[in-house]
Design a protein around this ligand. Structure first.
Ligand code: GDP
Ligand code: MN
Length: 372
C-alpha cells in the first residue's frame, strides 16, 4: 500500500526526521485557517498517490490566507493526474538552497535493502540515474550489519562535506522507519537544504499490506490506492504498478511475468503488470486495454494473450475496441484457438501482430524509444 504524502510525513516525524510545519485539510476554509496560523507563505499540496504533482499543477504556493483559500477551493474536488483530490497538505513554504534525494528500497536481485542518495534531487531518481549516473549512489545494507558507518560513508561520498553528518543521521532514522514498518520503499525527494538545516519536503512510503504492524492506516487504504489499481481490482484483474512506461497485459501470471522479464531484457521499463486471468473474453481484454491507456505514464502497451478456451478472433475484437483512439503504440502477440481469424481482424484494423514474445518485446521497446 502506497501511503499519501501526509501519511508518510507522519512516519518521518515519528522517527525524528524534520518536516515543514503544517496540517492536512479537507476544505478551503481549513486551508485558510492553516495559512493564517502559519502566518507566512504556504505551499498547498494535492494529496494524490502519484509523483510529479508539481508539473501537473498539484503543488501551489499562496502568499496570503485568502489566496490559500482560493487555490484550495479550485484544487479540492478537482483531479490531478487522474485522481480526485480529497485532501490538501498545507505547509509553510521553505526557502530552498539545494534539493537532495534520499531513499531506501529492496534490491530485487540481492533481496536486501539498498540505500540511494543523490545531491541532485527534486526530479525522479530513475531519470537522474539515466541522465547523470555519477550523481546517484547506491549502497546495499546487509540486514545483519545495518547501515554501518562504513556503508553510509560510501553512500555519501558524493554529498557536500558540510552536510554529511546531518545526512548520516537522516539515513539512519529513515532506515529505522523502513525496518520498523517493513516498508518496500521510503523516499524523501526533495530533501531540501534550508536555512534551518535539512527538511523533508516530500514523503513517499510503500508498506506491505500484510506486514504492517500498524492498523492506523487500514482506514486509509481506499484513499491511498491509485486509480488504475482500484479500477483493476474492481474489474477483478491482478494488477501491479511498476515504475516504467510500458504497460504489459497478458493472461496467466506466468505468461505476464515472462513478458515483463523480456521487456526488461530488451531495455524497456514496465509501467504495470496486468493479468486478465483465465478464459479471457473480448470484454475483459477491452477493459484491460482501456484501463492501462488511462495511465498517463504509459507510452506503449504490450498485449500478450494466449487464446486457449477463448477464441482469438473474439480477443482481437475486444482489443480493437479498447485501443480505439489510443495515442500510444500497441504491440500484440496473439496465439491459440482461431488464431488466423484473430490476426486477420487485427491486420484489417492496421494492427499487425508480432510472431514471438521476443519480437514483441524488442518492438515495443523500440517504439517507446522512437517516440522520444
Ligand atoms: P512531487 O512533484 O509530487 O514529487 O511533489 P513534491 O512535494 O516533491 O514537490 C515538487 C517540488 O515543489 C519540489 O521539488 C520543490 O522544488 C517544490 N516545493 C515543494 N515544497 C516546497 C516549499 O515548501 N517551498 C518551495 N520553494 N518549493 C517547494
Ligand atoms: Mn517529490
Amino acid at each position: 500500500m502506497k501511503l499519501l504524502e501526509w501519511q508518510g510525513r507522519l512516519l518521518l516525524q515519528e522517527f525524528g526526521i524534520p518536516v515543514p510545519r503544517g496540517e492536512v485539510v479537507e476544505d478551503a476554509s481549513g486551508a485558510r485557517r492553516v495559512a493564517q496560523e502559519l502566518a507566512k507563505s504556504v505551499v498547498l499540496k494535492a494529496q494524490v498517490p502519484m509523483g510529479g504533482r508539481g508539473k501537473a499543477g498539484g503543488i501551489r504556493v499562496a502568499r496570503t490566507p485568502e489566496e490559500a483559500e482560493g487555490i484550495a477551493a479550485k484544487l479540492i474536488g478537482g483531479e490531478i493526474k487522474g485522481a480526485v483530490v480529497k485532501k490538501l497538505l498545507v505547509v509553510e513554504a521553505a526557502e530552498i538552497s539545494g534539493e537532495h534525494y534520499l531513499g531506501i528500497t529492496i534490491d530485487r536481485t540481492r533481496r536486501a535493502p539498498v540505500l540511494i542518495y543523490s545531491p541532485e534531487g527534486g526530479v525522479e531518481i530513475e531519470e537522474m540515474a539515466r541522465a547523470k549516473p555519477e550523481a546517484v549512489t547506491r549502497e546495499p545494507v546487509p540486514p545483519l550489519e545495518g547501515p554501518s558507518a562504513f556503508r553510509l560513508r560510501r553512500l555519501l561520498r558524493i554529498a557536500p562535506q558540510w552536510l554529511r553528518k546531518e545526512l548520516v543521521e537522516m539515513a539512519r532514522k529513515l532506515y529505522e522507519l523502513f525496518r520498523e514498518y517493513e516498508a518496500t520503499l521510503v523516499e524523501i525527494n526533495p530533501l531540501a537544504e534550508t536555512p534551518n538545516g535539512l527538511l523533508a519536503l516530500d514523503a513517499k512510503v510503500i508498506i506491505d499490506d500484510d506486514h504492517s504492524p500498524d492498523a492506523r492506516f487500514a482506514d486509509l487504504r481506499e484513499e491511498a490506492v491509485d486509480p488504475a489499481e482500484r479500477d483493476a481490482r474492481d474489474a477483478g484483474f491482478s494488477y501491479v504498478r511498476l515504475d516504467g512506461d510500458i504497460a504489459v497485459i497478458g493472461n496467466g501470471a506466468g505468461l505476464v511475468m515472462a513478458t515483463l522479464d523480456l521487456v526488461a531484457q530488451a531495455g524497456g521499463r514496465p509501467a504495470c503488470f496486468l493479468d486478465i486471468g483465465g478464459g479471457a473474453r473480448a470484454e475483459r481484454v477491452r477493459k484491460a486495454v482501456e484501463l492501462v491507456l488511462r495511465d498517463e505514464r504509459v507510452r506503449a502497451v504490450f498485449v500478450n494473450v494466449f487464446g486457449g478456451i477463448t477464441r482469438c478472433d473474439e480477443v482481437a475484437r475486444g482489443l480493437l475496441d479498447g485501443a480505439n483512439g489510443a495515442k500510444v503504440p500497441i504491440v500484440v502477440r496473439l496465439t491459440g484457438t482461431n488464431e488466423v481469424e484473430g490476426r486477420r481482424t487485427l491486420m484489417k484494423a492496421g494492427l499487425e501482430p508480432v510472431e514471438t514474445l521476443e519480437e514483441g518485446a524488442s518492438l515495443v521497446v523500440f517504439l517507446v524509444k522512437e517516440g522520444g
